[in-house]
Design a protein around this ligand. Sequence first.
Ligand code: BGC
Length: 717
Amino acid sequence: MINTIIKQTNMLYKSCCRLFLLFAAVAFTLNTNAQKNASTEAKINALIKKMTLEEKVNMIHASSFFTSGGVSRLGIPKLVLSDGPHAVRSDTGTYLPVGTCLAATWNPKLGYEFGSVLGSEANFHGKDVILGPGINIIRSPLNGRNFEYESEDPYLVSRMVVGYINGVQDQGISACVKHFAVNNMETNRFNVNVNLTERALREIYLPGSKAAVTEANVNTLMGSYNKVRGQWASQNSYLLNQILKKEWGFKGFVMSDWGAVHNTIEAIWNGCDLEMGTDLNQRPHRDYSKFFMGDTVVNLVRSGRIDESVINEKVRRILYVMFKTNMIDGVRKKGESNTKAHQQTALKVAEEGIVLLKNDNKILPLSSSVKTIAVIGFNAERKQAMGGGSSQAKAFYEVTPIEGLRNAGGNKINITYNQGYKIERGATADDLLIMQAAEAASKADVAIVVGGWTHGFNYSVWSDNAYDAEGYDKPDMHMPFGQDELIKAVLKANPKTVVVLMGGGPIDMTQWINNVPAILQAWYPGMEGGNALAKIIFGQVNPSGKLPMTFPKILEDAPSQKLGIISKDSMQLYYTDDIYVGYRYFDTYKVEPQFAFGHGLSYTTFEYSNLKIQAGKKNTTITFTLKNTGSVPGAEVAQVYVKQEKSTLPRPEKELKAFEKIFLQPGDSKLVKIVLDENAFHYYNDIENKWVMENGVYDIMIGASSRKIKLNGKVKL
Ligand code: BGC
């Protein structure tokens, strides 16, 4: 008895000690953080005190195309910025897959690794800020910049950007979330005014940026070119002052997009902290003090029209970021460029991001009996890194699809190549090229057509051939350069044809989809893309990518086209599709997509079972079992969708609220546990102007895509 008492007292004593140590450690960390913050604040205040008005103003506008102004007298450096978002643009290095490919991995850990590569290479090249991630919602299939962005779904965007930003910023480099906000088309991007409801803004267009600020503490944001409800986004009081800085408590600074500031007073008052890229028509010798946020500001302060405290606040934000990233008195990481590890990240993202859209009769992976392959299509040999506009990358190397297939095939497989089509302005089907391609296909065991969209090479030829490029939207969703005719002819010559599509989003496949047994969506898969693609085609890698956006059958089915309105002079965009973006539209309005949001096939099969849902006071806990029932290892992205059965305002048929990517060996299973908090059930009531969570019954759907629901349950809250 006494022994037991001693034992218990001992245990109690030990537990108390542990608890005490834990408290002490927490208190110590909080205290050190508080001290550090206080001392940084003191340093910032001291610097601001020492600065002249001219020096302060010098810090809030550019000093070259990609630098801000510094104050060398006080040891304040210039900020050195670089695009973004999938490479350090200014220098030769790692060319990562584009944003849509990253999002298609549905793997936030890869988002982190992706960001770490950028952060490390930015350090190596002496940059302070990476102009990425690009997170505008993919609203229309036509947007020329969709490839740079991530998804049509705000939840998927939020999960991926938090990883990306933490990856960049853990290297001591600032990320820059762009473009804030609702910059979802390129046509007329410098002038267009976007009109949208508060509900669409809050539910669809802002959550990615909110997560970036409140979860990842992103250091900088870039205001976009367009107007939002009549006021330029880069000098928009509601977006910048009210929502970003006041509601979300953003501590970093806002820079304008390049040339997005239009007048001094609005920019100064409405939350812009750094003016970049204003076109002064003074090339090559620009006088940066003539920027809107230059000398004019000095005069306005001197004449008492602007209080100096407003300028101090902007300088304070820039200095905060500089201290946070050790630019002033800390030690910067050295960084590395184009290492084997960075290349492996590029490879991994491509392997997990390429999506197997269709695979009839399991034609993929190619069986070992395949001895001859006819590779057809210009995208098989075209390097894509330099395309797209400001996101162009100077790739240290780029493995094209044909190179990747040859690397993997070795000398065991005979691979021929035919161009099939020409990338030229207005080019239509080229009969001779098609005939040659069909002949090659007829002689091969399998034909692989690599086509789809294409990237413009550089600024000067953007408008010539760029279907995925900054500054331009696609004219329609049809396959350019006569590729429909090409694919049909190849199919006729050899029904065993695999189509590989490059591009930032959907393309109209209606002319040939029913006859093609296998389709892969390869995006622009980066410097290792060709190797990743070949590994998937030959089965060394089991595809696990899932579409981060709905692929409509035809353009006319897309909600942006069906419900959205563009004024005749294309100066006004009305987002009358409202919250019905992507699958929220297709599923609610019962429109059959070509490929659903979240869709992606695997070489193995998965079984979902045993769904249990438990409502708690704050959280709802979902558990289910996922089993790999096939014969090869593979990964499944289990997606959790929620629907409110009866709501005050209409809500979509389903909304993605959680997901998990699970890797399983054949025969293995895992008990998956997902916890949903209030955010999974609330919506923005724009009559009351607040987020509301209504009591009632919610359907919980666990699916392999938004259209392949495997388990159904309900919870009463
Ligand atoms: C683009 C930005 C880019 C900036 C600097 C602008 O035209 O919209 O995304 O970061 O140029 O290149």
